[in-house]
Design a binder for this molecule. Structure first.
Ligand code: ATP
Ligand code: MN
Length: 300
């Protein structure tokens, strides 16, 4: 293998988050250490990058297309995958994390489809966002209820902290259904949960609907919709990290930003096994569709 010069990092000493004092160099080091765990979550998956050129308190730039290119280890995808747009991006090598961080990228968000599955989704995502006045234990409990309900539908799910305020529940899928069907099933799940436990869940977005309740966002399942990838740092004060956890660990997790760039180190190694089984899972939505009396409707 040819040896490469490491991508040079400029202004490594610059503090990018006033709250924690984390520097650009520390973020680069974090991505270096986490690369082996993180790359499988990025493989062949269109990625959107959140850049924070002035640090976490400054303006953030969300980039899905080639404008962000010219980063070593980040490749352009075939424009035919997303017709009418600039080519999508993919992190194709560990050094892509480093070159992105050099360009002030803090967050990596991924699609629910890979280059091999488009337009079929290979996962379904439920984003649990606490509304105002919802205490953390209720968010945990909500995730557990979603987990149990999905289990009733014979769907295995995995959970990760968002690195921000909430939790992401993820259902891996064999790429059999197109993304429209997956989004409709996700919606059906959320509507059903809001009907069964209305004191806890709300299926409608908007802060007023959410007060005291948890909005389970199924819109993360649309075409081109993205969710922060496992192990991504977040461009928020404290620089939380999205950590894949085991359901049995949830009770000990104290917030969506339980782990941060600063404290995640001891978690990196066990963190790799928490989602064992996720990629190997080959489940489909067929039984869930039956149980939900699901009728696919015309999609847009
Ligand atoms: P939290 O737990 O705090 O809710 P989160 O990761 O669930 O964190 P956000 O960071 O609020 O949620 O992200 C909202 C969603 O919108 C994510 O799916 C993200 O990929 C997407 N997103 C973020 N910024 C943009 C943008 N500028 N344009 C399009 N989509 C965006
Ligand atoms: Mn969220």
């Amino acid at each position: 293998m040819a040896t490469r010069q490491p991508i040079p990092i400029t202004h490594a000493e610059r503090v990018i988050d006033a709250a924690s004092g984390v520097t650009k160099g520390e973020l680069v080091d974090y991505y270096e250490r986490v690369a082996p765990s993180m790359l499988p979550h990025l493989k062949a998956r269109p990625v959107a990058l959140v850049r924070a050129p002035e640090g976490v308190g400054g303006e953030l730039f969300f980039q899905k297309h080639a404008a962000a290119a010219a980063m070593d280890g980040i490749d352009l995808l075939d424009p035919a995958l997303d017709p009418g747009h600039e080519p999508l991006l993919v992190v194709s090598a560990p050094r892509g994390l480093r070159s992105a961080a050099q360009m002030n990228v803090v967050e990596f968000h991924t699609w629910n489809m890979t280059t091999r599955t488009i337009p079929r989704a290979d996962r379904m995502v439920f984003d649990l966002d606490p509304g105002e006045g919802v205490a953390w234990p209720e968010v945990r409990e909500a995730a557990t209820l979603v987990h149990a309900f999905l289990g009733e539908l014979k769907l295995q799910s995995w959970v990760k902290t968002s690195g921000g305020k909430g939790l992401h529940v993820v259902v891996p899928l064999a790429p059999r259904h197109d993304w429209q069907a997956v989004r409709q099933v996700a919606r059906a799940v959320v509507v059903r949960m809001a009907a069964v436990v209305p004191q806890r869940f709300v299926a409608k977005s908007g802060p007023r609907n959410r007060v005291g309740r948890i909005f389970i966002d199924y819109l993360r399942n649309g075409w081109g919709s993205t969710t922060a990838a496992a192990w991504s740092a977040r461009a928020r004060p404290g620089l939380g990290v999205s950590v894949p956890i085991d359901w049995s660990e949830l009770a000990q997790v104290e917030s969506g930003a339980h782990w941060t760039v600063r404290n995640v180190e001891p978690r990196l190694r066990p963190g790799q096994t928490a989602w064992d089984g996720f990629t190997a899972s080959r489940q489909t939505l067929t039984r869930a569709m039956k149980a939900l009396d699901f009728e696919p409707t015309e999609t847009t």
